[in-house]
Design a protein around this ligand. Structure first.
Ligand code: ADP
Ligand code: MG
Length: 683
């Protein structure tokens, strides 16, 4: 069905290029261009039943000639008198005089528009209309599409309508009949027709259900197959039982929490058997995940293997490098850092030493999964802050060795169903306890009118030798605008408000070297106030900094705010997090309150899901997964559960989908994952 849309009747090159902007290239793309919403015009009312402000469909009779008013230059109002069995009314349009000759007195038409009342007069505002009995645009549930410039909803409707009429018979069923029967799914052709042009809401629901199901099943199966191929039943390394580890733990500057001990025991058991470990370590900000990674690395090295740890930013990688090096001090362990900004010569040396086994631990950013990075005996691959990476990167990292054990770490708690999607079926370990002696961070949600008082508070704290983070509003869709906002605030602080202090700036468009320098200065207290974008979101550790102020906090996800807040409260001083909420919106206020009242990351992220849906974080694209066109991971949770159950069934029965009945499904999965390239689903 790869018919190019350009050759579709009524499309041509110009429209085709506009459609391409919507990611529509083929007729099939058109059919799967699912309406973002629907306008239910199928319910007819009489005028007497209507409420003011309501949008309704009505059948009315034209009872007089058009009335044209011109109250101002550039404004004409056309009014056409109509009636139904219950009342008289006017159809009203602005600046559309050409409509005056469209109607014949006595003619019956169907209209859909918003009801307005002026004095005693009932008006139907800017209605769409058609002759009675045609039932095309008006008397049904109308699809509403996401638009792009130069394409109207009507045009898209027509193009889709045409492509369905012409090509629907070429769409082939790809779900096995037994599954269709088992879940009473709508036939695929009917589903496509009804998702665009539903005859009623029941059929629409069935159509959506069918399409969501097929999409979630395809996605989940693909992920299971990747997982099977990369991990399951893979013979892994059997690491030695090590006694040295106990000595190592004894010498740590702190005592492990019970949670940390439990999680490390789970990892130890995995490492000592010969099945490849594939484990997610989930623990709230500050719960101490890094030391778990260090212990696992120590164990791998003791058995003569190398270990690698990948972090999402240079700042975080360098920080890990510094602290991990310290833990290994006094042991014969060589740790190196590999990030983009390392000079070529030094890099070359690292790469060579790594390949020849002279480096034990490599810590870095995406740089560690570049093609030229080769290990000598990689035994353990760790990804920190997993939510910043995709499936593909994780797979590449583990392919750097011969079935190395894998640990991924995340501070973001995820409901089980979503974890199955985002992480396949990793085993999960949870650190559910914070190290002792942490002071609870005081959190305040305030309005922008409090900014001056906040600044005075910051001043006072800085005079007591503390430091502050100021996080700038995230401006959707535009990195540049976000950076501009940060720069502006920075200037204002530096030149006016806090000119007696040292103010620093950190954002994603700075060169890695510049970023490191600023971070280093902040760490060494050469900077008092650090204005930044969310680049400081993950992992950065500056214990003397005890204030976190977040501008336009309403624009962030709660889980993200919680992460940001986790940058403070790391030292001996009482810490504060101030959320500046610039929205009066009820949900915003409620979201801020959640953060004010809770420090439990799991509760916070569940609440966030409840209040605003899966949003950014749970978007598939962010995880490097194929984009979903129909299904919504949150609202379609029930369908997801069923699809997951079925996916497990099928994969257990036929892991490589070799049975004839799965042939078409297999093709679909391959199609969906084709952009994952060599790490895609099938060999
Ligand atoms: P996260 O889970 O957010 O990655 P980190 O591993 O960065 O947390 O740990 C946060 C801080 O807590 C670090 O300074 C670390 O050294 C310290 N820490 C970790 N475990 C313990 C512990 N059991 N007792 C005291 N401090 C600890
Ligand atoms: Mg961490």
């Amino acid at each position: 069905m790869a018919v190019n849309i350009q050759y579709l009747k009524g499309v041509g090159p110009k429209r085709a290029s506009r459609l391409r902007k919507l990611n529509i290239n083929t007729v099939e793309d058109l059919m799967y261009f699912i309406p973002r919403d629907y306008d239910d015009r199928s319910k007819f009312k009489t005028l007497r039943e209507c409420m003011i402000g309501e949008k309704v469909s009505l059948e009315v009779e034209i009872i007089g000639k058009a009335n044209i008013l011109r109250p101002r230059r550039n404004l004409s109002i056309i009014k056409i008198p109509v009636k139904d069995s219950s009342h008289n009314a006017y159809l009203v349009w602005f600046n559309q005089e050409y409509l005056k000759d469209k109607f014949i007195v006595g003619e019956k038409i169907i209209v859909n528009g918003k009801i307005n009342k002026v004095g005693m007069e009932i008006q139907i505002m800017s209605p769409v209309f058609e002759k009675s009995g045609t039932m095309n645009k008006v008397g049904r549930i109308t699809p509403i599409y996401s638009l792009t410039e130069g394409l109207t909803n009507n045009e898209i409707m027509k193009i889709i309508d045409y492509s369905i009429k012409e090509y629907i018979n070429q769409i082939r069923e790809f779900l096995p009949q037994e599954i269709i029967d088992k879940y009473d799914l709508m036939d695929i052709k009917d589903a496509i027709i009804n998702v665009h042009f539903p005859m009623n809401s029941v059929l629409l629901e069935k159509a959506r259900k069918r399409l969501s199901f097929q999409e979630l099943l395809t996605l989940q199966m693909g992920l299971f197959i990747i997982k099977n191929r990369n991990f399951t039943n893979n013979k892994g390394i059997r690491f030695n039982k090590t006694v040295e580890i106990n000595d190592f733990i004894q010498k740590l500057p702190f005592e492990l929490t019970n949670s940390q001990i439990k999680v490390f025991k789970e990892i130890e058991a995995d490492m000592e058997n010969d099945i490849q470990m594939n484990r997610l370590v989930q623990g709230d900000v500050g719960s101490g995940k890094t030391i778990i990674a260090v212990l696992a690395m120590f164990k791998a090295i003791s058995s003569g293997y190398q270990a690698v740890m990948m972090a999402p930013t240079e700042i975080l990688a360098s920080q890990h490098f510094e602290s991990i090096k310290k833990f290994f001090l006094g042991y014969n362990i060589r740790t190196e850092l590999l990030v983009g900004s390392i000079p070529p010569k030094a890099k070359e040396e690292i790469l060579l030493d790594l390949k020849e086994g002279r480096i034990d631990v490599l810590i870095g950013t995406h740089a560690v999964i570049q093609e030229n990075v080769e290990f000598n005996r990689l035994g353990l691959a760790i990804t920190d802050e997993q939510h910043r990476f995709g499936v593909k990167q994780r797979a590449i990292l583990s392919h750097k060795g011969n079935n190395p054990d894998v640990i991924v770490m995340t501070a973001t708690p995820i409901p089980r169903t979503l974890a199955l999607i985002l992480y396949g079926d990793l085993d999960v370990s949870i650190i559910d306890e914070l190290p002792p002696g942490r002071k609870e961070i005081e959190t305040y949600a305030v309005g922008p009118e409090m900014i001056e008082r906040i600044n005075n508070f910051i001043r006072k704290q800085i005079l007591e030798s503390r430091q502050a983070y100021i996080v700038c509003p995230l401006i959707e869709e535009s990195e540049t605008l976000t950076v501009n906002a940060a720069e502006e605030l920075y200037k204002d602080f530096k030149d006016n408000i806090f000119k007696e202090f040292k103010v620093g700036l950190l954002h994603g468009k700075m060169k890695p070297k510049e970023k490191d320098l600023v971070m280093e200065e902040f760490k060494n207290h050469k900077i008092d106030i650090l204005v930044s974008t969310t680049v400081i979101e993950v992992g950065v550790n500056v214990p003397n900094s005890n204030i976190m102020v977040i501008y336009n906090a309403e624009r962030f996800g709660l889980a993200q705010l919680h992460q940001l807040r986790g940058r403070v409260g790391r030292g001996e001083h009482q810490s504060y997090c101030i959320l500046i909420n610039e929205s009066n919106n009820q949900i915003s206020r409620e979201r801020m309150r959640v953060l004010q009242n809770s420090t439990d990351g799991f509760k916070i992220s569940e609440k966030d899901l409840e209040l605003r849906g899966p949003g950014e974080f749970f978007g598939t694209r962010q995880h490097g997964l194929p984009e979903l066109k129909v299904a919504n991971l949150f609202t379609d949770m029930d369908i997801l559960k069923v699809a997951q159950k079925e996916a497990i069934n099928i994969v257990n029965q036929d892991p490589n989908l070799e049975l004839e009945k799965y042939r078409e499904l297999k093709k679909k999965i391959q199609e969906m994952f084709s952009n994952l390239g060599e790490y895609s689903t099938f060999n």
